[in-house]
Design a protein around this ligand. Sequence first.
Ligand code: ADP
Ligand code: MG
Length: 213
Amino acid sequence: MPKLIAKGAEASLFLEDWYGYPVVRKHRIQKPYRIPQLDLKIRGERTIREARSLSSARRAGVATPIIFHVNPDTATIHMEFISGPRVKEQLPTLSEKDRRRLFKKIGKAVARLHKHQLTHGDLTTSNLLLPSQDIVYFIDFGLATMTQNTEDFGTDLHLLRQALRSTHYSHWETCYTAFEQGYKSSYGKDASAVFRKVRAIESRGRYISERIR
Ligand SMILES: Nc1ncnc2c1ncn2[C@@H]1O[C@H](COP(=O)(O)OP(=O)(O)O)[C@@H](O)[C@H]1O
Ligand SMILES: [Mg+2]
């Protein structure tokens, strides 16, 4: 019997048996406010985008679930089930040292994605799984893009920074600092240009929020 493991705004995810393997079936659901034909097209495109990006990330050396089957007509992906908690729930239970270690690792992995011209598009701690202490799996690539633009990499990091600030209020600074260290060590000297973009995006945001106050 398939078991519902998550239901988001865009997709329902089920744990199923696939010829003896535990798999996750991610099914993008219909949006009632979209014209049906357009809706199917969008869901199909995001499904393909996610499957391709999961594979590209894996080729870049970042851990992602193996894909078993993709069907854009039903907007479904069958992928390897990764057994373990999400970083979101695990983070508060870790020691300061382990939190730093983890985020350094996450930083290195994101730099690897960016060096292969891939942005994740939704870097939050709900999209990182921890089957063991030493390995972080990246999931949820439906908004990933192929790009060479430093601004896009900056946006990816800005979103992560915002997500950490809002979800992990008491640890976000330690985590983000460790992340930066990991990212810089793996991305190389051009990393400073990416972080300049992050700061520019932040100050633009501050300027807008002050103007509308
Ligand atoms: N391959 C997987 N193995 C284990 N759990 C998964 C897997 N893929 C997704 N999940 C779980 O389902 C949740 C939602 O999946 P996700 O791909 O992030 O979809 P959404 O777009 O709804 O956020 C994740 O936060 C995670 O808990
Ligand atoms: Mg998600």
